[in-house]
Ligand binder design. Structure first.
Ligand code: CTP
Ligand code: MG
Length: 232
């Protein structure tokens, strides 16, 4: 039996509404390179990753130009113009589109285009920790803040014990067939792990990094650039 391979799947079909930029946020320049290109380069330069698939909207008017200036990605990245109405649907469309190139037992690392701070070292850490696991796993960070549940009036209803709480990041890494089945069966979920959990399985938590945060709001841009410039 051939050993399982590792594929990256990048959902990049969002509108970036909360960022409110002129273009979808994955196409914003950060530290001299488009946000999505940081992510594609990180996977392309990671020797463990066999190939990267990126899902963009059918109307995407940015990706072709972005890739035309990145010849080194030609045989390493495939663009799928089948974004869905939600992240969940975009990932599922990507899994369907890649089916002929991937075996059921291959691993898929799903990673948000909006997390440009991912590093080769974090990819390695996730793969090392999860590749012999039955279920799969994800990068996540233990929560450090004290957490409050608010009520409708904006007052504290309860303090939530943070002892065992983690904030989920990506990549989230599961075997192709299991992931596809989980996402096909799940109600709308915001990450892959939730769909796997809905099958009664328990994904492994692997410590991520603060630099791998999701760039969501305008004030996130400066911090993302600080991390990315520090790499250069
Ligand atoms: N995404 C996607 N398809 C969608 C929605 C989101 O592929 N229909 C992708 C985004 O491009 C992003 C990732 O999922 O890489 C995480 O989503 P998020 O940070 O919420 O990005 P947006 O949905 O673009 O932003 P917003 O929610 O502010 O509109
Ligand atoms: Mg969104």
């Amino acid at each position: 039996m051939t050993p399982p391979r590792f594929f990256a799947l990048i959902p990049a079909a969002g509108a970036g509404a909360r960022m409110g930029a002129e273009c979808p946020k994955q196409y914003m320049p950060l530290a001299g390179k488009l946000m999505l290109m940081h992510v594609l380069d990180t996977f392309a330069f990671s020797p463990k990753i066999a190939h990267t698939f990126v899902v963009v909207s059918a109307e995407d008017g940015y990706i072709e130009e972005a890739l035309s200036g990145a010849k080194h990605l030609d045989d390493r990245v495939t663009v799928i113009f089948e974004g869905g109405a939600t992240r969940h649907q975009s990932v599922l469309n990507g899994l369907m589109a890649m089916r002929d190139q991937v075996a059921d037992g291959d691993w898929v690392l799903v990673h948000d285009a909006a997390r440009p701070g991912l590093t080769d070292g974090l990819i390695d850490r996730l793969i090392e920790a999860v590749q012999s696991d039955e279920v799969g796993g994800l990068l996540a960070l233990p929560v450090v803040d004290t957490l409050k549940r608010g009520d409708a009036e904006g007052r504290v209803q309860a303090t939530v014990a943070r002892d065992s709480l983690w904030a989920a990041q990506t990549p989230q890494m599961f075997r192709y067939a299991l992931l596809r089945r989980a996402l096909e069966q799940a109600r709308e979920v915001t990450d892959e792990a939730s769909a796997i959990e809905a099958l009664g399985l328990r994904p492994k938590l692997v410590e991520g990094s603060p630099r791998n945060f999701k760039v969501t709001l305008p004030h996130d841009v400066a911090l993302a650039e600080l991390h990315l410039k520090g790499d250069a």
